[in-house]
Ligand binder design. Structure first.
Ligand SMILES: NC(=O)c1ccc[n+]([C@@H]2O[C@H](COP(=O)([O-])OP(=O)(O)OC[C@H]3O[C@@H](n4cnc5c(N)ncnc54)[C@H](O)[C@@H]3O)[C@@H](O)[C@H]2O)c1
Length: 440
């Protein structure tokens, strides 16, 4: 039976390579739609816990996972040969920057080398990892073609970027339109029809390059606009104007404006990293990426701005220096309602506080302990502390970095007298007038 017939009668078997924030929810969404999925990951302990029905991703409940395992719609493996009978294989592995801040495609290359062992005619391979235009053809196809099979003739190849937004309860994976691009009509048709099996809307584009560019464009748009409001925040603060009030009023305009919000800096595996994939690629065309560089510079400097606001607040309101202060940081995950610490601005802030001799603790209900801090071993093992009215009184200042919904910020404000708020979780004119709120 051809792949297109299997897709049509829904007898297709799928595989997901990389069972992280992107791959696991994708596998579960497929399983719930009735498509049997094999999840492949090189992390053996992750494979073992997943097969016991234990999820490490907030968006996937243990219950959902266990039901799918019971129905034989999901199984995890670290043996690539278990993917041999899979008809569609989606690659969802990391695409970080290396130590020179250049694209690290080693995870994609490793996946391609492993895939060569099971690649066969009438199979569809889809790259979902975010990357620069040209990767699917020049890296993935080149490595896969080493076993003699040709994309578009023997097997099918497409790029379909993941748009998952962890922690965002307004959009389930199923309802987020899926962009799909491929370099030949058969690959595109098969990929589009496959995604239509389990997603509400599929948006085909003319090539894998175009689909790769779509994803980067979305994330560059976010990075540049966040940098813009971060710069405006600094300027308006000097003028005594509240950026948050400005945004609330500006967003009442029904056209030509879209709100972005300032913060302590960028975090996560996407926005601080993806734009530099395009910068790297543009260098090969001798073209500068000035917006990307400038946005990166402004956003990267935000933790320094926050620390300076903290230093000023301690000086003006407590008459003490940072090095003699005891600070409580609230929220260390890179954004609200997730446990993801990757690239979190809190890491940079904590590291700088430590270098300057400040005492600090942190509280984050989603991050009980700081694990595997590869570039910040000095922070590894720190644990989230409990909050009580008594312990709160022991701090010279509270620094709010992440605005998780399950933190009671107004109660915290009742038990301390100086708060530096990077997320606008507290009104600047609290009725409890002895507490000073500084926006940063
Ligand atoms: N996290 C997000 O919010 C998000 C959103 C959209 C797109 N993306 C993109 O999706 C991709 C994956 O990101 P993520 O956040 O899911 O990463 P992740 O680190 O959460 O998960 C990646 C998984 O891949 C596994 N892995 C690594 N090398 C492997 C290999 N050679 N073979 C099999 N498994 C391997 C890891 O063990 C891990 O379980 C990245 O390109 C990222 O930019 C992420």
């Amino acid at each position: 039976m051809t792949l297109s017939e299997k897709i049509q009668n829904k007898s297709v078997k799928a595989a997901v390579i990389g069972l992280g924030y992107v791959g696991l929810p994708l596998a579960v969404t497929l399983g719930k739609a009735g498509v049997a999925v094999v999840g492949y990951d090189v992390n053996k302990s992750r494979v073992a816990t997943l097969n016991k029905g234990e999820s490490h991703i907030y968006a996937v409940s243990n219950e959902d996972l266990s039901v799918l395992i019971g129905q034989q719609k999901f199984t995890a493996t670290f043996n690539i040969n278990d993917l041999a009978d899979c008809d569609v294989i989606m690659i969802c592995v990391p695409t970080p920057l290396d130590q020179h801040r250049e694209p690290d495609l080693s995870y994609i290359a490793d996946s391609a080398r492993a895939l060569r062992n099971v690649l066969r005619p009438e199979q569809l391979i889809v790259l979902e990892s975010t990357t620069y235009p040209g990767t699917t053809k020049e890296v993935l196809e080149r490595l896969l073609s080493k076993n003699g099979l040709k994309a578009g003739q023997d097997y099918y190849l497409a790029f379909a970027p993941e748009r998952e937004d962890p922690g965002n309860k307004s959009f389930a994976l199923k309802s987020i339109p899926k962009v799909v691009g491929a370099d030949d009509p058969q690959s595109l048709e098969n990929a589009v029809n496959f995604y239509r099996l389990f997603l509400d809307e599929v948006v085909p584009v003319s090539s894998a390059h175009t689909a790769e560019a779509v994803k980067l464009t979305e994330n560059i748009f976010r990075s540049v606009n966040i940098a813009l409001v971060n710069e405006l925040k600094v300027i308006y603060d000097a003028m005594g104007i509240d950026i948050w009030e400005v945004i609330e009023a500006a967003k009442t305009k029904p056209f030509g404006y879209m709100p972005f919000y300032p913060g302590p800096g960028l975090g996560g595996h996407c926005i601080p990293i993806d734009p530099f994939y395009l910068s790297y690629r543009a260098r090969a065309f001798d073209l500068p990426t000035r917006f990307i560089e400038l946005a990166g510079e402004i956003n990267t400097n935000m933790p320094n701005y926050v620390i300076q606001k903290l230093i000023d607040a301690l000086d003006i309101h407590k008459k003490i220096s940072l090095s003699s202060a005891n600070i409580l940081i609230i929220g260390v995950a890179y954004k609200k309602n997730v446990n993801d610490m990757r690239e979190s601005p809190a890491i940079d802030i904590m590291s700088k506080l430590r270098k300057r001799g400040a005492q600090f603790n942190y509280h984050d209900p989603h991050v009980p302990v700081l694990e595997h801090m590869d570039h910040h071993k000095e922070l590894e093992g720190l644990r989230s502390c409990d909050l009580t009215a008594d312990t709160l009184k022991g701090y010279d200042a509270i620094l709010i970095i992440t605005d998780h919904d399950n933190i009671d910020f107004p109660s915290i404000a009742e038990s301390c007298d100086l708060i530096v708020d990077t997320r606008n979780v507290l009104p600047s004119n609290l009725t409890n007038s002895h507490t000073k709120i500084i926006r940063a």
